[in-house]
Ligand binder design. Sequence first.
Ligand code: NAP
Length: 240
Amino acid sequence: MTRPYIICHMLTSLDGKIVGKYFETERGAFFTEEYERIHESYGCNAWMCGRTTMEEGFTLGHTLDLKHEGAPSIPRTDYVANKDAKSYAIAVDPSGKLGWQENSIASWNEHRTDDHIIEVLSEQVSDAYLAYLKNLGISYIFGGKERLNFTVVLEKLKHLFAIDRLMLEGGGVLNGSFLNEGLIDELSLIVVPIADGASNAVTLFETSSFLTQRPVNFILKDVEKLEDGGLSLKYTAKPE
Ligand SMILES: NC(=O)c1ccc[n+]([C@@H]2O[C@H](COP(=O)([O-])OP(=O)(O)OC[C@H]3O[C@@H](n4cnc5c(N)ncnc54)[C@H](OP(=O)(O)O)[C@@H]3O)[C@@H](O)[C@H]2O)c1
């Protein structure tokens, strides 16, 4: 394969919601730990999230004010700060909004230590943001002039960083982008036995103005009963 094998790994409520108050319950916390355990069992050397998820879980809303930075023009070529990392955290951040403070996930999350950050950008990003990433030692790759093409992004991840197996870990918009481009090889769902009940919460696969929606078939590969009534479901994509 010219790209990594993609496993979409997600935790959902019985009604398919990937966010909601159920995360705040004791059972929600238990299944979040199960989610991390199963994440580790896959032994992937990279995981990827959308800008919103990274902002919520990793940069914790830290914003940048780069408007007054008079950065010189920087060519739109990929920048590899570390190609020998043990693992990588990949952020899909087309316009360069994420306020990282270091070049790895180290201090943010006990489960994702030392993962080197790679930003996936569009060419519309500012020179000041590119200078900021270089200064912190964060790698970046370009996925398109305005719109991102994930087939190109994945080929670069394989070629530049030797990433062979990648966990796609939300949110719904990013998962929806991969689903629509036919780029999900395997789906790993942790089903929490709670119905969230909210009608407007983000679901497993979302669409957006830049995507067209289509149904995609999967084949059940494995079912494991978890403690306290949870399920681990594994599906592979059905060849078209
Ligand atoms: N239950 C779980 O297992 C799980 C796992 C992960 C996340 N989550 C939850 O999911 C929620 C966020 O989900 P979300 O769907 O709102 O956001 P998301 O997928 O995390 O991020 C969406 C953003 O990523 C960028 N992006 C994604 N796909 C793109 C594409 N094809 N082209 C260009 N840009 C693209 C855009 O950034 P810009 O807006 O900057 O252009 C877009 O607005 C969070 O609340 C998080 O907690 C749950």
